[in-house]
Write a protein that binds this ligand. Structure first.
Ligand SMILES: [Zn+2]
Length: 393
């Protein structure tokens, strides 16, 4: 709640975009908490923030937990923030219980997960796990023409004494606690989700080019109607994909000139396909250019794939560590697939990774009304603490 005051909106949400004054203030609060707990604080070249509890083996690769503290412009208090605060809570409990872990335990706040100011997001975790070149990330600009690199320099200047670590240092494991952002756990009344993996996605942009003409005079056989072409493409994909039950969305659709008595000359639309099974998703995505070409009629078509994320499965040993931690505490848990992307996606390429989900009210997220039951958050945090100890001792 204290963190949620920074960037608080009138409707009870939070607007705390990456590398803004609000986010700098939030970083300051986390550093204060870390100082109270006696944790060492580090940053790196991309502005990730790390808080470290030493283990008895100082050179052992740390067990790391965390998420992000940036939000959507009309975001909630819990998306991302919960995972970071849960990390602090868990580490505080470990310190107060007198346990000295063998391996260091660290909390991380990854830079710019949401991608609402600098797009696409997951910059901190992608740079850390070498998933995207640093230069490419630093050159991204916001709506006012400010680059990530400039905004990052400003943030770094606010904390001049922070020691910097190298990107991609070794980790024993990474655990991310996060609200589910969907309705499943709440509906089943189960407070903790052991995340099995993350659903992948393939995103395309399709441009259909025809020709303008008079709606009354141009004979039908001579028309190059871009709208009819686009509709045939979308209908064909819908029918072809249906047996595999992917999430198939055409969310963006532009028609031009978009005038009642002119034959549409150009259509531009998006395709977003998601499926938990990567071979299935790969096959469906590969069908997109073929089906568009087959149904273009007299028009021409350009299909561009703009983003690909593989569907992934978290390793069994991390999933069972989380499930056993819940069982040991007598907290009910269930296996659940993540339908949204998270920093854990990037870390999965770096070290054994897993996620703990907690319910959120009505499954609502990326919304100022985002809300969670304190008891559920506490249950998830207890499981996180037990799993961290399990991995670090
Ligand atoms: Zn998030």
């Amino acid at each position: 709640m204290e963190l949620g005051q920074i960037g608080a909106t009138d409707k009870g949400g939070v607007c705390r975009l990456a590398l803004t004054d609000e986010e700098i203030e939030a970083r300051r609060l986390l550093i204060e908490w870390a100082n109270e707990l006696g944790l060492a604080v580090y940053t790196d070249e991309i502005g990730n923030l790390f808080f470290r509890l030493e283990g008895s083996e100082a050179n052992a690769a740390p067990v790391v937990t965390g998420s992000h503290i940036d939000t959507q412009p009309t975001g909630g208090k819990f998306d991302g923030a919960f995972g970071v605060v849960a990390g602090f809570e868990a580490v505080q409990a470990i310190v107060e219980s007198g346990i000295t872990p063998v391996k260091p335990i660290e909390i991380v706040a990854w830079m710019n997960e949401e991608g609402s100011r600098f797009s696409p997001g997951m910059m901190g975790s992608e740079a850390f796990a070498s998933r995207r070149p640093l230069e490419q990330i630093l050159s991204v600009t916001d709506a006012n023409g400010i680059s990530t690199s400039e905004a990052l320099a400003k943030t770094m200047a606010a904390f001049p004494s922070l020691e910097r670590r190298e990107l991609g240092f070794a980790m024993t494991a990474f655990l991310e606690a996060h609200i589910e952002q969907g309705p499943v756990l709440e509906e089943t009344g189960i407070p903790v989700g052991v995340v099995t993996g993350i659903q992948g996605s393939r995103r395309f942009r399709v441009e259909v080019i025809g020709d303008e003409g008079h709606a009354g005079t141009l004979p039908m056989p001579e028309r190059k109607d871009a709208l009819f072409g686009a509709l045939d493409m979308i209908g064909a994909m819908r029918r072809a994909f249906a047996p595999d039950e992917p999430k198939f969305t055409v969310g963006l659709f532009e028609l031009s000139p978009n005038v009642p008595s002119v034959v549409p000359a150009r259509v531009f639309f998006s395709i977003d396909i998601r499926h938990p099974d990567w071979p299935t998703l790969r096959r469906l995505g590969d069908e997109v250019p073929r089906l568009c070409d087959e149904k273009r009629g007299p028009c021409s078509v350009n299909v561009t794939e703009i983003a690909t994320s593989e569907s992934l499965e978290f390793p069994a040993e991390i999933r069972s560590c989380i499930a056993e931690s819940a069982e040991g505490l007598g907290i009910p848990s269930a296996q659940i697939l993540s339908l949204a992307g998270h920093d854990a996606r990037q870390l999965h390429y770096h070290c054994p990774t897993g996620m703990i989900f907690t319910p959120c009210k009505d499954g609502i997220s990326h919304n100022e009304l985002e809300s969670c039951d304190p008891g559920d958050l506490a249950a998830g945090t207890r499981v996180l603490a037990a799993a961290l100890v399990g991995l670090a001792v």
